[in-house]
Design a protein around this ligand. Structure first.
Ligand code: FES
Ligand SMILES: [Fe+2]
Length: 447
């Protein structure tokens, strides 16, 4: 590509072709990324959204109808009845599925025809016709579906922070009108926290986030994670970790980081977990759990309100006057401001985009592997006996400022902390937390 020299008033000259990354942006059936994403479970609706009527919805570009039948079972089916295409959003819920309102064909939650009452003999129809249906799992206030080939369905993934003893999760969602990747890769962009959320605007979470962190990106078979080190004072450094489990599950450390900075902390847990779910190529819904448990420092009751839940994910609230959004933009404004599908061809990526580059590259590799006939590696298959270990966390360690080599010392500590997190994967539950605390304490002592 022609390399322009930076020059003033070059509006006429600066025209780089805008091309969408077709491989990653498209999510429909038969597209590279759409096929890859279809190999995983995705949340698609809050359970409370389903009442005594079917509900029209969309997921991965497909028009679908969700329902809870009168026996309490959940279904997610193609929108149109296979008979003559009436929308099943107008279907009638029955004890064993949903009945199309036009000629009364009844479908079970798995899509099989249980009766076609307008036919004198419906045996042939029951044997040869099926409504497209997907398996659904209800888990802690969210409904999840698997839209891929039936024979490749992975185990349902349960992550460790969902199962912390005595803990609670609150499900919430945020709808964003743009491509899923813009939203997902934001969590691999730690520098935006320094600027968007702290230095450029009002302080949206905590002024400590305005400190430029040292960052180390790491890969693991099921995804990517990074640790960031910020010096809190002459004695202590704060190391927070963000996790991304492929393809679209993310965690950060605490949001408001209310730690006092004068005492060590060993692997305080994240305050939220989220899935960035493509609704279609230009619409995304973030489904998430806010965590309230004894390992998270952010279990304060005021963080339970709908406004507080949404604020965590989007940096600022969406429904604000335009002028206010301009004066104090948050994640929502930057996602939507990048356009419906931001073109990768004309971006000017810089060194601070390393996480974004790694994430895109990893997605492309996984897609290539699938196209070559290999099944994706599922976290739920790797850790099938136990909850999947996640890394979203905050650790504070004592590391007195050392003259001249402080950055090198902080980098070395960052690496060792990341090593500890990885080696803890072979432990589970409380044993894992005990191992992490023991190992991190040791780093603290030798610092
Ligand atoms: S269109 Fe559904 S039963 Fe006829
Ligand atoms: Fe953000």
């Amino acid at each position: 590509m022609e390399q322009l020299r930076a020059q003033p008033f070059s509006g006429y000259l600066v025209h780089r072709p805008d091309r969408i990354n077709e491989k990653l942006a498209r999510v429909g059936r038969g597209t590279p990324c759409g096929e890859y994403l279809r190999r995983f479970w995705h949340p698609f609706m809050k359970t409370e959204e389903l009442g005594d009527l079917p509900k029209l919805t969309r997921l991965l570009g497909e028009e679908l109808v969700a329902f809870r039948d009168r026996s309490g079972r959940h279904g997610l089916v193609h929108k149109h009845c296979p008979h003559r295409h009436v929308s099943l959003e107008f279907g009638i819920l029955t004890d064993r599925g949903i009945r199309c309102s036009y000629h009364g064909w009844e479908f079970d939650v798995d899509g099989t025809v249980t009766s076609a009452p307008a036919e004198a003999n419906d045996a042939n129809i029951r044997a040869s016709v099926c409504l497209g249906a997907y398996p659904v799992v209800e888990y802690r206030g969210l409904l999840f579906a698997y839209l891929g080939p039936p024979g490749e369905r992975p185990p349902f993934p349960i992550y460790d922070t969902f199962e912390i003893e005595g803990g609670e999760v609150i499900a919430y969602q945020v709808d964003v009108p743009c491509n899923w990747l813009q939203v997902a890769e934001n969590s691999m962009d730690p520098m935006h926290v320094v600027f968007l959320h702290t230095r450029v605007n009002v302080v949206q979470f905590n002024e400590r986030l305005g400190l430029l962190p040292l960052i180390e990106f790491r890969e693991r078979p099921i995804g990517l994670f990074y640790t960031k080190s910020r010096r809190l004072n002459d004695e202590f450094v704060w190391i927070s970790a963000n996790d991304l489990i492929l393809p679209n599950f993310t965690q950060a450390g605490s949001v408001y980081n209310s730690t006092d900075g004068n005492a060590p902390k060993y692997f305080g847990r994240n305050s939220f977990s989220r899935w960035v779910v493509p609704i279609d190529d230009t619409h995304t819904t973030v489904f998430a759990f806010r965590h309230f448990n004894h390992r998270s420092e952010e279990s304060r009751p005021e963080l339970r309100s709908p406004e507080a839940l949404e604020r965590i994910d989007i940096g600022e609230l969406r429904d604000r006057p335009y002028e206010e959004r301009q004066r104090n933009p948050g994640d929502y404004e930057v996602f939507v401001g990048q356009g419906a599908i931001t073109p990768h061809s004309s971006e000017r990526l810089a060194t601070s985009d390393r996480g974004v580059v790694l994430f895109r590259r990893r997605l492309e590799q996984e897609i290539d592997r699938l196209q070559a006939g290999e099944l994706p590696l599922h976290a739920s298959s790797v850790f099938c006996e136990h909850a999947i270990p996640t890394y979203g966390s905050d650790t504070v360690l004592r590391l007195p400022v050392s003259a001249g080599s402080d950055e090198a010392a902080r980098r070395a500590l960052l690496r060792r902390v990341g090593d500890v997190y990885i080696s803890a994967d072979s432990y589970h539950g409380d044993e894992r937390y005990a191992f992490l605390e023991r190992e991190l304490r040791e780093l603290n002592n030798i610092s």
